[in-house]
Each structure stands twice: as structure tokens, then as C-alpha cells.
Design a protein around this ligand. Sequence first.
Ligand SMILES: [Zn+2]
Length: 259
Amino acid sequence: MELKSNKKTFSYSDWLTKLKSMVDAKQINLLTMADLKDCDKISKNIPNVVIRHDLDMQTGNIFKVNYDIDTARKLLNILYAEKALGLVSTTYIQRYFVIPDNDFSNQFVFALKNFESDGFEIGYHINDMCEAELQLKGNPINDIIMCGEILYHDHITELQKVFNIRTASAHGYGKRYVEPNNLTIEHQLKHDDEVSGFKNIVISLINKGISVAYHTDSFMFTDYNTTFDPITMLDNLKANVCGTVCIFLFHPQLYDITS
Ligand SMILES: [Zn+2]
């Protein structure tokens, strides 16, 4: 099975194979995001790598809330490929993916729970402030913030009944970089909370003197001419300072099985 980017020539399978060889050669230490909450798990001798996947609804529309089976299937293909190599990753899911409103969703949740028991991490991909904005369009900003916080509380409680949610990340806030957005909620989740916000984990590492690099394929949604070369990024890690943390974010909808 080969997983190729459907936007670029980059092969996710090739990247995984390279990562696997580096893990086996003890050139890198592979962790999940929740592992980063515990400094004892972070190697001081070799670079640490986290694979992150964000399971979004349909590309380019943060308000689209219908279930996207195609993207969910692509995620499973990626996770099966990782598992086959003995690797683990962290997937941030939006809550819609665990609402059993179709035949596929129950199987999907069952599969994700199996991955979780194999050491993969399932985290929460926050979209509550976008939902609040949609529900309260035209209302005072403080009402929208309060509604977003209530939705977050309800949704994280709902998800924690299914998964061991330990970290959360905000879903893209579209063209709006002013608050409130989904980051407004993520930033409230401290690194030592039961559910930690992505950025606050990174900040706590930096405060401890650990350098963090973050690579993402996000621009592939908009700018196809920009190069994203995660294989070379892995090569560069070999020469990297020991004990650093490198996080790679891949969006499953950008990757297809080609054989
Ligand atoms: Zn997202």
C-alpha cells in the first residue's frame, strides 16, 4: 500500500519508511503529544518526533458539519500504515466523527479505540467557537465566547466517555485571526490540565529549554507551489541538536492510496 499526497509528489509511505528506519537505528525517539506532558519521556540524547494528524471536515469550510467518510477512511489508511511499521501517532478528531449518524461512524469509532489501545493517541480538535459563532451570529461577542466555552465543555465530556482525551488542538480559524476563535478555547487549556492545549504544551517545553520545531502541510490547501519536503526535514534531524522536539502535522484528506 502506498499513500501519496494528492497535491504533490510527496509519498507519505516513503516518509514513514524513513522514519521507521531512524526509529530502529535509535536516531529519533517517537512520541505522542500527550507524551510531551511528561518530561521523563522526552529523550535528551536524540531528537524527539511527534506525528500529528488533524481530522477535519470538508476542506475550506470550517462551518461544514456533515460527516466526511472519505477523509475518515483516509485517516484509517494512514493509521494502519503506521501501525504496520510499529509506529504511533496523535490524531485530533472533531466531535462530528463520533456521532453515530451513519453505518460507517460506529466502525470508525471502534477502529480508533483499537488504535488507542495500541498506543496511538486520540485528541480533540476544537471547533466549538466556530459553532458558537454560527449559532449566535450577530450577538454580542461575550455571548459567543460563553456559548463556545459551554459547547467545549459538553463536547469534551462526550468524547471522554469514548476516548482517553489528554490533549486538544484548535481547528483552523479560517480567515479570522481576531478572537474569539477556536484558539481562544485551546489557550485556556494549560499544559498540566487533564486536557492540555497544543500551544501551551509547546510553550512549557520551550520554558524548560527544549527547542520545538513544527512542520505542517497546511499550506497545501491553498498554495500548491510551495515545497513541503518532510523527508529532507527528517534528514536534517540527524544533524539536529539532541533533545529537541519536532512535530509533523499531516492532514489525511491530502493523502490517497495509490497502489
Ligand atoms: Zn483542523
